[in-house]
Design a protein. Sequence first.
Length: 420
Amino acid sequence: MQSGRRQLVVATAVFVALTAGAFAQSNRIDIVTPSAPELASYGPVAIGVRTLQVTDRNRPDILNTKDGGATARYDRTLTVEVWYPATLAPGQKPGGDYRAMTRDPAITVTLHGQAVRDATPLMSTPLPLVIISHGYPGNRYLMSHLGENLASKGFIVASIDHKDSTYDDQQAFASTLYNRAFDQLFVLNEMDRLGKPGSGSFLSGRVDASRTGVVGYSMGGYGVVNLVGGGYSKASETLTGAPPNRLLAERGAANPEYRKTIDPRVKAAIAIAPWGMVAGFWDAEGLKGITTPMLFVAGSVDDVAGYEKGTKAIYQAAVNADRYLLTFVNANHNAGAPIPAPAETYTAAAAGRPAAFAHYADAVWDTSRMNNILDHFATAYFGLYLKGEQDKQAYFEPNWKGFKRGTTVGLILEHATPFK
């Protein structure tokens, strides 16, 4: 009996050690599998990463405004993760860690990637900017695979923590509905300001905000669609949960002042499973306002944002834009955007609570494979529209350039040109 107990203790210790080792080797955001398409691989330059805080003064305070009363105001501070091409010191190797909260706020994990914290920025001409906007809830690391990947190819990438929308800060949904496009536009302005010569920032002289791309997932996609011209419907102003005082009208299709906010610095956008169409936040007339080139990405069985009546309907209604729709057949809402589920989310943090794994994963598709495909197309899309690399157009042709034989199974790529 004593011998059996000793064997059990030893076996338990070995299991714990192996599990700890597995955790230490997992949670990588930089996985590029052998079946990945050509442009999924990291680029030739080293990557640095820094964290910024930026504050928008006197923003409408949705959480403290009552319907029919005066609109409260506050200073809205956002945390932004910035990836950038870097020069590493002699002996310094690529790679670093991120401490990130998960969908279950009780679980904080270490993610492993290629970026080096506070590395020296690479001296170069000003580089195009890409802004990343997460879902509800989420955080600035949810699409960190894309942030690192694009930075390694000569982009400055800014990923936002949207206040009231993060894992540990989920407030009334009305705040997210109102603030998404405003946050994206504000971060664009701040990155432009910090990138100007003489700003005193590490970004000084390194950001060309006149060549900006925006990526949004779920509620981030909702913001992106509005940012580039998809004005909210009149009905959205009074839907259940809408911001008070019909504040969505500020960015509504019927508001002539809204049209003046469509920023010409945004040259291309990627909307991944954009939420809002099924819920009535757009109509066909409002979506005609989009003229910015767009790449839509979706799973064909998305039960959160919808597919036929959701993402695909937005794609079809944006008749004045050159646009693509990339569909992962039989994928749900998590198509392409989230990082692979951290190992610690495989089990619940406490009994009776659901595991956070499902927030990241898909029942049919491997997450790393989807990440690789998204990184591939984002590289081609922003290379074409932000850098003027005309050879990247070939990656959107019917022959699936850059994909290995047999690896396009389950993918559909559609294209529509502006209505004339």
